[in-house]
Design a binder for this molecule. Structure first.
Ligand code: DGY
Length: 323
């Protein structure tokens, strides 16, 4: 049997690329440039396996390219809102992702954002770096205490649960959560955690709200102007899920009018093109989609892709098959 051909749309950690090259006929993206639609289509015409990331929109139009050679889209990442799963299925393409291995690091980053925005560390750092810090003052850059406050979690899947553990066990926070399905009570052991019947019911009781639901059409603008209004004016909103879950214009308006106190974001609508208005606000912390960005996690994601490819090309069902 000839060796399957595999293309990576971005540079991956070196140990993973090396391992992949020892098993497959691999084409690397040497200069790490973002693939255009035409390049994605070419990849689907020329390779047995295409390994995209969150920045590659594998739309129905891309998948409709002919003649189609690709048999598996082995995604480097857990979120799949950039891939048209229906189109993949109808063209007989298997789709896999990398769940589990990025849970801890993404929850760590959500907690980082929560602490940063509450304690105004971005503003503090900008003050110091600009050479404008005049010394300690009793009223300088007063933030919000985190310990003991109430955290509302939307989406109590793996990452939401990991966030709840950090907040409850590390900071004594009370947890309220909304999840469309029942959550195993064992996961909540030792926490003060309350399930809410709806997002609307939960929001007015939160000091912080952290988003951990999937992106995509079903959750587009889940947090809109109306729901921002339901949050108390001292509330902070954290988003490490997907940018389209929040209506950015409504968020900017709410922040400007003081209807919520602050926001900590790692993901954006139309990423990486942020609204300039958002970047001018002081009461936001903005990170460049760093959720899973540790060497350990990015390598684990890559090795997980290899497991999926190995299973697929040896005729088994890949462990993380979604379609
Ligand atoms: C994920 O895994 O979905 C992260 O957002 C990076 O793609």
């Amino acid at each position: 049997m000839t060796c399957p051909t595999v293309i990576l749309t971005a540079r991956w950690p070196k140990p993973v690329e090396a391992e992949l090259m020892s098993r497959y006929d691999v084409t690397l993206n040497h200069d790490d440039h973002p693939f255009s639609t035409r390049e994605l289509q070419q990849a689907l015409r020329d390779f047995d396996a295409v390994c995209p990331t969150v920045v590659d929109p594998v739309t129905a139009e891309v998948i409709a390219t002919e003649p189609l050679r690709c048999r598996i889209l082995a995604n480097f990442g857990v979120g799949l809102n950039h891939i048209d799963l229906e189109a993949a299925q109808s063209h007989g393409i298997t789709v896999t992702n990398t769940p589990g291995v990025l849970t801890d690091c993404t929850a760590d980053l959500a907690m980082t954002l929560l602490l940063m925005v509450a304690r105004r560390t971005g503003e503090g750092e900008r003050l110091v770096r600009a050479g404008n810090w005049q010394g300690w003052r009793p009223t300088q850059l007063l933030g919000t205490k985190v310990s003991g406050k109430t955290l509302g979690i939307i989406g109590m899947g793996r990452i939401g649960q990991a966030m709840a553990k950090r907040a409850a066990h590390g900071f004594g926070m009370n947890i309220r959560y909304y999840h469309p399905r029942a959550v195993d009570p064992a996961i909540l052991t030792g926490m003060t955690a309350e399930a809410c019947d709806s997002i609307d019911e939960m929001l007015p009781h939160c000091d912080f709200v952290s988003l951990h639901c999937p992106g995509g059409a079903g959750n587009r603008h889940l947090i809109d102007a109306r729901r921002l209004h339901l949050m108390p004016s001292h509330c902070h909103l954290i988003n490490t899920a997907r940018g389209d879950v929040v209506d950015t214009q409504a968020l900017i308006q709410a922040l400007k009018e003081g209807r919520i106190r602050g926001a900590g974001f790692d993901v954006y609508e139309n990423e990486p093109h942020l609204s300039p208005e958002l970047t001018r606000l002081e009461n936001v912390v903005l990170l460049p989609h760093l959720g899973s960005a540790t060497s350990e996690t990015r390598e684990a994601m890559g090795f997980r892709v290899i497991q999926n490819l190995d299973a697929f090309f040896s005729g088994q069902s890949p462990p993380d098959r979604v379609v």
